[in-house]
Ligand binder design. Structure first.
Ligand code: ZN
Ligand code: MN
Length: 137
């Protein structure tokens, strides 16, 4: 296999094994362990190509750099306003949003691109008042 397709395959496999939607920078740092001479530009080009081929998904969340997802099945994402993590949501299809958006609209709504924002489970826990460190004797 030529080097460029080995690198692309390694990027695809790396993303397939991750559930945290890494940035290009994170992909680059990890790929460098196997390909010490790989450049960030090469990683970007491969991520763009894999996205165009439909083998990965690019998430432009509007908060921080683009993230990448090896899971191309339809699912929604949650972005934490506290720590910036991107999590998968278990909610099913929300196609009725298209009908809502199409009300009082002359055209035809065919789809939507939706991200959900808030506090992730770990940031929610950290906001709770700290338990008393000492037990009352
Ligand atoms: Zn968080
Ligand atoms: Mn995902």
């Amino acid at each position: 296999m030529p080097k460029y397709s080995r690198q692309r395959e390694a990027i695809r496999e790396f993303l397939a094994a991750r559930y945290d939607h890494p940035t290009a920078e994170t992909v680059y740092r990890n790929l460098r362990e196997e390909f010490p001479n790989i450049s960030l530009g090469t990683v970007y080009r491969n991520l763009t190509l894999l996205t165009e081929l439909g083998e990965i998904r690019k998430l432009s969340t509007g908060a921080g750099p683009d993230r990448f997802d090896g899971n191309t099945s339809p699912h929604y994402h949650f972005i934490c306003n506290g720590c910036g993590c991107v999590l998968d949501l278990g909610v099913g299809g929300l196609d009725h949003i298209n009908i809502l958006a199409g009300q009082n609209f002359e055209g035809v709504v065919e789809g939507h691109l939706t991200y959900f924002y808030g506090k992730c489970p770990s940031c929610t826990k950290n906001k709770k008042p700290i338990d008393k460190p000492f037990s009352v004797v």
